[in-house]
Design a protein around this ligand. Structure first.
Ligand SMILES: [Mg+2]
Ligand SMILES: [Zn+2]
Length: 166
């Protein structure tokens, strides 16, 4: 099974300053994101979201708020006939030194444990942070950085732009 490991905030939906997330109730999809996800699926990739949600344990948003936004995110995709295989999130604050805060490998390790048939050599990762591209490098994944320069990764301007490479 080949996987598109996708960051969520700033990659598929709008991201905000930490404090601003307090008042966010629903996701705002970035231009071209839905179309890109449809093409990714058409090309035979399953979608796994890997997202740092340290705002939960830093008490800026509640776990419940995260879950509501995530459900709305998935519902909107479902309404567009885009099935997401799974979502793995890190709720830990930066101080907790967990193993899943990207670029730590934990979120992808969790995915590999749950889905042993993942073929990393035919998978890829997309994100808008250095932590995303570093995570990709850790697993030697084909890697796309949205407006983030990092050696060994393809720099793109949006999720939509990656479809020409896959
Ligand atoms: Mg991001
Ligand atoms: Zn974590």
């Amino acid at each position: 099974m080949k996987i598109a490991f996708l960051d969520r905030d700033g990659t598929i939906i709008e991201d905000y300053e930490d404090e601003k997330w307090r008042e966010i109730e629903k996701p705002v999809f970035l231009k071209g994101a839905i179309e890109a996800l449809k093409i990714i699926k058409q090309k035979g990739y399953e979608i796994i979201i890997v997202t740092n949600q340290y705002l939960i344990n830093e008490r800026i948003i509640t776990l419940d708020q995260y879950k509501k936004i995530n459900q709305r995110f998935l519902n909107y995709l479902k309404a567009n006939n885009i099935k997401v295989l799974d979502v793995f999130f890190c709720p830990h604050s930066k101080e907790e030194k967990c193993d899943c805060f990207k670029p730590k490998p934990g979120l992808i390790k969790q995915a590999l444990e749950k889905y042993p048939n993942i073929d990393l050599s035919n998978s890829f990762i997309v994100g808008d942070s250095k932590s995303d591209v570093k995570l990709g490098k850790h697993f030697n994944l084909l890697c796309f950085g949205i407006n983030v320069n990092n050696e060994g990764c393809i720099n793109v301007e949006s999720l939509k732009e990656i479809v020409k490479y896959i």
